[in-house]
Design a protein around this ligand. Structure first.
Ligand SMILES: *Cc1c(COP(=O)(O)O)cnc(C)c1O
Length: 409
């Protein structure tokens, strides 16, 4: 067993050895530039790219010419949001998204807002799902795009894509979804779900880093999207730049492996996740599950540990398990996660949260080890926590008057 045990697969996954094997020859023997039409080096690279494109399109229920290769989901989100906004500027200047999106959606929206667009950022219910009636109400004749992620990277909550897609279609608004976490883990069908644009990333599905895709619908309706990366006119002019041929080949192979095994692999991973969840909830009190209890990615568990400082928790666990915490270190401040804040999770509980995310390589032995370590550390920290002791004695901490106005943090 490797230590620390890697349980941070929503941040990135290791490359599957079968993916690496498929990629290798495109670094060496078949190194050609896919845009070189005049010789066999380029033609071979081109052929590999087009095979990969067809395979990835099929994985989404799309056709090959609707797939644009990018450097990852961040770039795909930027092209989708800024590109659609620019192309539809004459028709309207309003976009809708939600507070629990990845920064790669929120920040392009904020940038557009700074440059004259109007953006509505919807809240969510306590599980992290957008309320359909609020979405319906937010759509105006000026609205050109709704961007709602398929699955959340922190809490794993799945959105009702088909319902959102149907609503957008009915109201004549384009629907983009950041599917960086959902792709390869749940079945996605851009036709059935009325998705007009979709972002996905290689390194979240056991593929390489630095490769991603943007699906752009080209029929019923043809989606107009301007480029934000100008140059040689690659990828139908939507994303110029020499294609990352080994990355593209690896991404397609990775997606094939996910799709082929999805129906057996995801229930198996869910079982391990449930084992982790039971192992914690059956033996530690004052825990809070963040996100939707059932409509959630199979590999995800996000838990808050009351009466514990998030920083001490991480410090005590970092040699044993690799996980993410509910606070992001921005400058000197420990800022609680914007996702948990949007769910209404208080600052203390957000600071003390951990995100566990499993992979196809996670074993039962690793889960049992993680459970054991977390239980031990939480018990130790709570033993030292006056807050926990007071709570155990039935003291209502919200009514306590603290000498130090900074408390309790
Ligand atoms: C990882 C992730 C991204 C960023 O993807 P990159 O390919 O690393 O740019 C965007 N959105 C979500 C939901 C993610 O999980």
């Amino acid at each position: 067993m490797n230590r620390p045990v890697y349980l941070d697969n929503n941040a990135t996954t290791p490359i599957d050895p079968r993916v690496l094997e498929a990629m290798m020859q495109y670094f060496t023997e078949h190194f050609g530039n896919a845009a070189s039409k005049t010789h066999v080096y380029g033609q071979r690279a081109r052929a590999a790219v087009e095979t990969a494109r067809e395979s990835l399109a099929a994985a989404l229920g799309a056709v090959a010419k609707e797939i644009v290769f990018t450097s990852g989901a961040t770039e795909s989100n930027n092209i989708a949001i800024k590109g659609v906004a620019a192309a539809h500027r004459q028709r309207g200047n309003h976009l809708i998204t939600q507070a629990t999106e990845h920064k790669a959606v929120l920040d392009p929206c904020a940038w557009l807002e700074k440059h004259g667009h109007r953006v509505t950022v919807l809240g969510t219910d306590a599980s992290g799902q957008v309320r359909l009636d609020e979405l319906a109400e937010a759509i105006t004749p000026e609205t050109v795009l709704v961007s709602i992620m398929a699955a959340n990277n922190e809490i794993g909550t799945l959105q009702h894509l088909a319902e959102i897609g149907a609503l957008c279609r009915e109201r004549g608004v384009l629907f983009h979804t950041d599917a960086a976490q959902a792709f390869g883990k749940i079945h996605l069908d851009v036709k059935a779900m009325n998705i007009d644009l979709l972002s996905a990333s290689g390194h979240k599905v056991y593929g390489p880093k630095g490769i991603g895709l943007l699906y752009v619908r080209r029929r019923d309706p043809y989606v107009r999207c301007e480029t934000i990366i100008h140059g040689g006119g690659h990828e139908l002019g939507l994303r110029s730049g020499t294609l990352n041929v080994p990355g593209i080949v690896g991404f397609a192979r990775a997606a094939e492996l996910c799709l082929d095994a999805m129906d057996t692999e995801m229930p198996r991973i869910a079982e391990l996740r449930d084992r982790l969840q039971r192992g914690l909830f059956d033996h530690i009190d004052e825990l809070k599950l963040n996100g939707h209890p059932t409509e959630r990615l199979a590999n995800n568990l996000n838990v808050s540990f009351a009466y514990i400082e998030g920083e001490s928790l991480m410090l005590n666990l970092e040699n044993d398990i690799a996980v993410s915490s509910g606070s992001a270190c921005t400058s000197e401040l420990l800022k609680p996660s914007h996702v948990l804040a949007a769910l209404g999770v208080g600052e203390d509980l957000a600071q003390s949260s951990l995100r566990f995310s499993l992979s196809r390589f996670t074993t039962a032995e690793e889960i049992d080890y993680a459970v054991d370590r977390v239980r031990t550390v939480v018990a130790k920290l709570r033993e030292m926590s006056p807050l926990y002791e007071m709570a155990q004695q039935g003291i209502d901490l919200s009514k306590v008057e603290w000498n130090d106005p900074g408390h309790p943090h």
